[in-house]
Design a protein around this ligand. Sequence first.
Ligand code: NAD
Length: 498
Amino acid sequence: MSTVGHLINGQIVNDKNRTQPIFNPSTGDSTRQVALASKATVEQAIAAAQAAYPAWRATPPIKRARIMFRFKELLEQNADHIAQLIGEEYGKIQHDALGELQRGIENVEYACGAPELLKGEHSANVGPGIDAWSEFQPLGVVAGITPFNFPAMVPLWMYPMAIVCGNCFILKPSERDPSSTLFIAQLLQQAGLPDGVMNVVNGDKEAVDTLLRDPRVQAVSFVGSTPIAEYIYTTASAHGKRCQALGGAKNHAIVMPDADMDNTVNQLLGAAFGSSGERCMALSVAVAVGDAAADALVAKMAEAMKALKVGAYNVPSNDFGPVITAQHRDKIVGYIDSAEKQGARIVVDGRNQVVNGHENGFFVGGTLIDRVTPEMTSYQEEIFGPVLQVVRVKTMQEAMDLINAHEYGNGTCIFTRDGEAARYFTDHIMVGMVGINVPLPVPVAYHSFGGWKRSLFGDLHAYGPDGVRFYTRRKAITQRWPSAGVREGAVFSMPTMK
Ligand code: NAD
């Protein structure tokens, strides 16, 4: 069985003290294992990053950006292999894995603009012969901790920007599907990055806790579930670090009575079931306004779901693949059971999904549940599976109140033809990313990504302009060059321009 190790100071390192099996969720088999880094191994990575920092900080931004240009080319050249690795360990269908990679590459493209992005702000003559400016300096060694569901894209939200800003990086990917993440980091080495600037440590809580506590680590970016995000944020903050911790979600779509129902169903299908519903932006709750809209939605959706193709990652005609582990499949089935017990109606049942030839794979079929109410466990908690729940309300305000009352506020969408309703919704909804007839409003790389409420702990969102701010700190400089000697007496009052 091969072991997936770490990338430290440009070398692949294996510490095999502790390991964990990696599964192929399409077959249920385990053919690889991942090394779980000890505290000492993580400290070795931190030391390598710290040693690489002075020279990297002094490297002109344009030279840092050129490495990103080469990295982008290598990512494109190796796209099929990366998609294959994602498929083997996560089960993501290849077209979806390539889509995830492309969204990651767009963050590399944005990072290629480093010389422009790092330009400061300048004011001449803020006083007689006095100039003032702000510049944005790197932080030092920074870390990223990422989830299983976007092993290529989410790390690429973080380190290209951190690195072009002049920082050195330590990534702790998900231990469930680490191979594509490690392979991509090796491509960055191949693109010409000096050793130690980018390091990957695979592992679990021991590795994460080391990163959170070590005083040499200046900042931590996290993406994962809300309980862990909260733990990361409070622990990193208590240790004096800058932290952004993105958490879980429960994304609602409001379906208005005037929505184009065929289009709505089509959009919802992809957004609810794509990637087996294991997306933090998955639309998992449809809130139908009025019984007529709800009845039409449920009938058309149930019909459309008959065509859903569930199966192994390497069959291109499949719509979605397995879920990540057998335990996660059982958890999803448990949520469907609980909804049924609490009085909801299972319209399309994905429990007991069998895929011929892949009987031991971790599959859950597309599931549609009607008459879900806010008291139900399946409504309150994130399911993270191919399950779409329908809640029935009487008015748009009632739908918005539901969304605003939910603990999560990552993404949401309204399906309507009424511009006034859409505008009111966008203005008043307590959610960070909003779609108008766009089911997955994931911001493009030159905007920034982040939820509200318990979907994000911290101030700055991920990537885009907020990414530049997160990975740099502002220094404000005021200068005067007196020609010779003392030109004015000592001033004891606050200097002003009055
Ligand atoms: P997770 O929280 O279990 O794991 C995320 C990372 O935290 C992994 O690297 C893991 O090793 C580490 N970790 C897990 N338990 C830990 C502990 N006790 N102490 C320290 N570190 C720990 O999340 P996951 O299951 O990999 O990913 C799915 C979750 O991520 C979902 O909740 C999903 O909504 C969320 N997610 C959010 C976003 C977003 O942008 N908001 C994006 C993708 C995924």
